[in-house]
Design a protein around this ligand. Sequence first.
Ligand code: NAD
Length: 499
Amino acid sequence: MTVYAPPGTPDSLVTFKPRYEHWIGGEWVKPVQGQYFEDISPVTGRPFAEVARGTAEDIEAALDAAHKAAPAWGKTSTTERAAVLNKVADVIDANREMLAVAETWDNGKAIREPLNADLPLAADHFRYFASVIRSQEGEFTELDGDTVAYHYAEPLGVVGQIIPWNFPLLMATWKLAPALAAGNAIVLKPAEQTPVSILVLMELLAGVLPPGVVNVVNGFGLEAGKPLASSKRIRKIAFTGETTTGRLILQYASANLIPSTVELGGKSPNLFFADVADAKDAYYDKAQEGFVLFAFNQGEVCTCPSRSLIQESIYDSFLSDALDRTGKIIQGNPLDTNTQVGAQASNDQLEKILSYIDIGKQEGASIAIGGERVDLGGDLTDGFYVAPTVFEGQNSMRVFQEEIFGPVVAVTRFTDYADGIALANETLYGLGAGVWSRNGNIAYRAGRDIQAGRVWVNNYHAYPAGAAFGGYKSSGIGRENSKHALSHYQQTKNLLVSY
Ligand code: NAD
């Protein structure tokens, strides 16, 4: 067990700057309008840095830098770009603990996540796209005897990227790695709640990325995000965030015919078929963990298994075991590697979760465990902590249908296969889902019948770089990770050559 020292104390691995500017053209650049906002640590509920408050003028400055850098970067060989991406991965690995402390302080998540999952995955994504770009092959086709059609994958040029607060470094990586591999220059806007860890990384990468290839403009959605998504000077906008914001992004970008990919919200079903309880063995344990652990890592995961659907015949016993486990979850200091549930990312998010807990009670759902704010005392007393919460109720209730984005799971029962699939699909969303059955036939069929872009079968919550990730229905347009993501950052050039 390790408890990392909080930033601001002598033993901390991180020394934050009191003030963070924008990162433009490979250096710190002050906001044109001279405004800053406070970055608050959810761990303590107190501000720890000021951050430049970007506006349209700052976006223009970043676009200038990106346009300056894009032609040379786009012409580098795939071998050169792959070498840069591999170096980025090395820098992330070499600074993993320091970046994990920065991420936890800014976002509130239990440090075991950035340390053991988010940052190793981020490094792996850069390495993955380094290898994908090197192995991408062109195509040619002989036509009509004396004409050849050559197809090339060319970069788009300058692209915009807007990310949310739940995985600040990993969401940045999912967007930066394929965009850089394809040869684009980027203007990225982090979420206003969690701008700092990506800025710390940018400074570390100063000697690795050519100036202007990645630019970061901080600020709020309407002040900095909208001018980026509305700009005529980008060739693509990639967005991750709420479904309502995604609709706006599509509107802004469509005015300029700018291609968009949007990764949006979810309300993921997690189906437990009766045979899961055939024995209380290692498989049963894994299924229990699939219910509990991945729902309660703050619950701020777009694919969080926030709707558990349990087959009727095992409902009482399976839920009772899951509640026992839920009661044993360790909630505490996010900088302690033993902690499983840390803080919610912001006070707004905390209040949203508490208001949904009230909504659930009012609509007649019953609380099986949790349901309140947690005071961890001492320095953490004003931090944003909510107890892992389980509701029992009906799939039509708001707590089953609306994204709460907190450690709140809504549970109900299903009768047979058809009922389970129907309930799983009764949602606006289609991002993630889980299926648990010892019967390969049931598990496979359910995986195909559920309307979601990612279905975990007998596992949950893995995000390998090589597996396409994205939503059906209102959960998004486009895919991240895998070769599918690369295609969103390239355009096809056809040369039709006669000889
Ligand atoms: P959000 O939509 O409020 O904000 C996301 C980003 O968009 C932020 O950087 C914000 O400043 C910016 N933004 C807000 N309004 C904007 C506007 N009008 N124009 C341009 N930019 C604007 O989302 P959030 O609350 O930060 O993140 C949580 C949401 O993200 C949840 O719905 C979650 O499911 C979703 N999410 C989805 C995925 C996925 O891959 N599908 C992954 C992570 C999070």
